[in-house]
Unconditional design. Structure first.
Length: 365
């Protein structure tokens, strides 16, 4: 399915979906992008984007069409894109419309790929009634189709932010149905990472051990390019599980791969940071400092340019009074993180004054 060729043109799709209410000057290009994303997923992205550009007349036409043909998932997808685009805390009409379309999809088309997207989400705080209805609908679907991995995957996505233990239960069930698919251990690794970050009843080390086990399974099942993307999280989960030899192994694999590409800068950055954290754990301060500088000398990457550098090793060195090397690291990071919006300057001022900056999410990236 991932290699399917798009056979339908957008002009044909819009003629079927919108009838006489055309999209005027909107783009007629087919959805493109990551070849690892299935053609169905690409159309979902495109339909959601198209929905954000609909006029009120086009929305009314689609709603009328659904009254006649409720099984038109493409129209529902576009409408979810539209209503999510205008959703606000003061717009109850959008909230109600989203609830109506999402509940229909869960009850009648639970395998729909749009259900994994945030536009098809129902917030348990903003719409507790809708969330409760959606929760029951998903539990009913899982009960009636316990062997359907796609239903389990979509249900898991719904529970991923509100009830991660249920999410993990569904993922493990899907994994048992499809044990050779790396998708399930990848998602389990990610979910365990959220549990470690946001807290749970287990210790951080216990969660990290579970995360490491799942990520290692995903690594074994994945191809070369996907393995490369897993190395950073493998190293971090091994370090959190106090398995330093494994953490070093994965960090070394990152640094040994000198192949140019969009992930090269991430490997240089994260691999050196992990080696530095391991060195610091063993009391090798000078090695840790040199690794921090090596991490800052990364050529950058799309991720680093957008979200910025990781500050875990920098914070650990500041905690033992190594300010100068951290200030040098900030200067190096400014070379690739142009969109830091003054954060590096603020952190530098605080560190120079002997105070600990609040690195927030940059301890996670």
């Amino acid at each position: 399915m991932r290699k399917e060729v798009f056979m339908a043109s957008l002009v044909t799709i819009l003629a079927v979906v919108l009838g006489p209410v055309g999209l005027g000057a909107q783009s007629t290009e087919s959805p493109k992008g990551n070849p690892e994303v299935s053609s169905g997923e690409k159309w979902v992205y495109f339909d959601l984007k198209t929905g954000r550009e609909l006029s009120s007349e086009q929305v009314a036409s689609l709603e009328e069409k659904l009254a006649i043909d409720p099984n038109d998932v493409t129209s529902r997808t576009m409408l979810l894109g539209y209503y999510d685009g205008i959703r606000s805390i003061h717009d109850d009409s959008a909230k109600v419309a989203i609830r109506r379309h999402v509940l229909w999809l869960i009850r009648n088309s639970p395998e729909s790929e749009v259900l994994v997207h945030p536009e098809a989400g129902i917030d348990h705080i903003r719409d507790p009634e809708g969330y409760s209805q959606a929760r029951k609908a998903w539990m009913d679907q899982v009960k009636s189709q316990p062997q359907n991995a796609m239903v389990l995957a979509n249900a898991e996505q719904f529970f991923a932010h509100g009830n991660r233990r249920t999410s993990i239960e569904f993922l493990k069930h899907a994994q048992s149905l499809d044990p050779s698919n790396p998708k399930w251990p990848k998602k389990l690794g990610f979910t365990y990472g959220l549990l470690a970050y946001l807290g749970s009843g287990a210790t951080d080390q216990e969660i990290s051990e579970e995360q490491l086990e799942q990520l290692e399974t995903a690594y074994e099942l994945s191809g070369e390019s996907d393995r490369d993307l897993l190395l950073d999280q493998l190293a971090k989960s091994a370090f959190a599980a106090d398995q330093l030899d494994k953490a070093r192994q994965y960090a070394e694999l990152m640094l040994q791969n000198t192949k140019a590409g969009r992930n090269y800068g991430d490997r240089v950055h994260q691999g050196n940071l992990m080696m530095g954290r391991i060195a610091l754990r063993k009391g090798k301060i000078e090695e840790a400092k040199s690794r921090l500088i090596a991490a800052g000398m990364t050529p950058g990457s799309p991720v680093l340019r957008s979200f910025g550098p990781n500050m875990m090793l920098a914070r650990a060195l500041l905690e033992i009074g190594e300010r100068e090397v951290v200030l040098e690291y900030f200067e190096l990071c400014a070379q690739f993180w142009k969109s830091h919006r003054g954060r590096l300057d603020e952190w530098g001022e605080l560190a120079a004054a002997g105070r600990m900056p609040d690195f927030r999410a940059n301890l996670r990236y």
